[in-house]
Design a protein around this ligand. Structure first.
Ligand SMILES: C[C@](O)(CO)[C@H](O)COP(=O)(O)OP(=O)(O)OC[C@H]1O[C@@H](n2ccc(N)nc2=O)[C@H](O)[C@@H]1O
Ligand SMILES: Nc1ncnc2c1ncn2[C@@H]1O[C@H](COP(=O)(O)OP(=O)(O)OP(=O)(O)O)[C@@H](O)[C@H]1O
Length: 287
């Protein structure tokens, strides 16, 4: 077995996001479809001689190591296994914007859980890893399970779905949005009627929407302007609580033509929507 392993940590999109209620603990009940993108961070795990010494090769700017979801995931897994384990140095190549609604931190946690389960040869099931992941964040379980899904509850009740694997243009308006702030806004829609069954196909833009969008447009003019610009070319939507927005295109070249004409000052990327996570594809190849 190799002592070093590099694994993808992909982005997710919320193809739609409905807020259907609020739990007693204040958390919002959602209905959403998660699809992965073939674009994200890369994480390299290198085993060291020292016993259960878990550290980052370099910090993620703005995130103290003890708060980093990579470190928290590795420690949670080590605590669960309750035995001495080889130390590990973890190096991340960050491409996903933070606080963008692309689930970067949650994806990093899931890649760490699956990567170290493999390298440490713990043999935990996806169910066990998803449960550990849920303790780290509501978006972690879908990244652990690795299949596009209709998510309910706070996103932990997952039903696999297969939306079309189209191309997306993802734009990051020049602002950062705090998820907690959006969920605490008074004007947020919280009573969208529940969909009874997992949508077989998310193609009808008028039936499904992102309930955070109106509030985010009002608070962040940059997001409003980007949505107005992108919606000239077809339906444009917010992912998660933003700030990233996306448009869907049938081909890569169609998405790239629009990307070339984007207004200055906006960053972003073109990526393919995929129903099997690139993380799981890579792990299957290793077996
Ligand atoms: C919006 C989504 O990205 C959709 O996929 C996720 O539900 C966000 O999940 P997450 O990143 O794990 O969210 P956190 O960063 O833990 O949430 C920050 C804060 O947002 C609020 N929050 C979050 C998720 C949720 N379903 N209801 C909430 O009310 C809570 O006050 C929480 O303390
Ligand atoms: N490894 C990590 N990568 C990115 N952010 C991290 C990481 N560990 C902890 N964080 C913290 O998590 C916060 C949210 O980051 P993340 O990239 O997951 O946001 P997001 O894309 O909006 O996610 P979501 O869609 O789940 O709301 C960051 O602002 C940062 O403080």
């Amino acid at each position: 077995m190799s002592l070093s392993l590099t694994l993808p940590s992909p982005a997710k999109l919320n193809l739609f996001l409905h807020i259907v209620g609020r739990r007693d603990d204040g958390y919002h009940e959602l209905q959403t479809v998660f699809q992965f993108l073939d674009y994200g961070d890369d994480i390299t795990f290198t085993l060291t001689g020292e016993q259960t010494d878990i550290r980052l090769a370099q910090p993620v700017p703005g995130v103290p190591d003890d708060d980093n979801l990579i470190i928290r995931a590795a420690r949670a897994l080590a605590a669960h296994s309750r035995r001495p384990l080889p130390g590990v140095v973890i190096d991340i190549e960050k491409r996903l914007p933070m606080g963008g609604g692309l689930g970067g931190g949650s994806s990093n946690a899931a890649t760490t859980l699956l990567g170290l389960n493999h390298l440490w040869q713990l043999g935990l099931s996806l169910d066990q890893l998803a449960e550990i992941g849920l303790g780290l964040g509501a978006d972690v379980p879908v990244f652990v399970r690795g299949h596009a899904a209709f998510g309910e509850g706070v996103g932990e009740r997952l039903t696999p779905v297969d939306p079309p694997e189209d191309w997306f243009l993802v734009l990051k308006p020049a602002c950062n949005i705090n998820t907690g702030k959006i969920f605490s806004e008074e004007g947020l829609t919280r009573d969208t009627p529940k969909i009874k069954i997992a949508p077989a196909f998310e193609g009808d833009a008028s039936r499904y929407r992102n309930d955070c969008e109106d509030v985010v447009r009002k608070l962040y003019p940059e997001v409003h302007q980007s949505l107005e610009w992108l919606s000239q070319f077809g339906p444009a939507r917010l992912t998660g609580t933003g700030a990233c927005i996306f448009g869907r295109f049938p081909t890569e070249s169609a998405a790239r033509i629009i990307w070339e004409s984007k207004p200055s000052g906006i960053t972003g990327f073109v990526a393919k929507g995929v129903n099997i996570s690139p993380l799981h594809k890579k792990l299957t190849e290793l077996k």
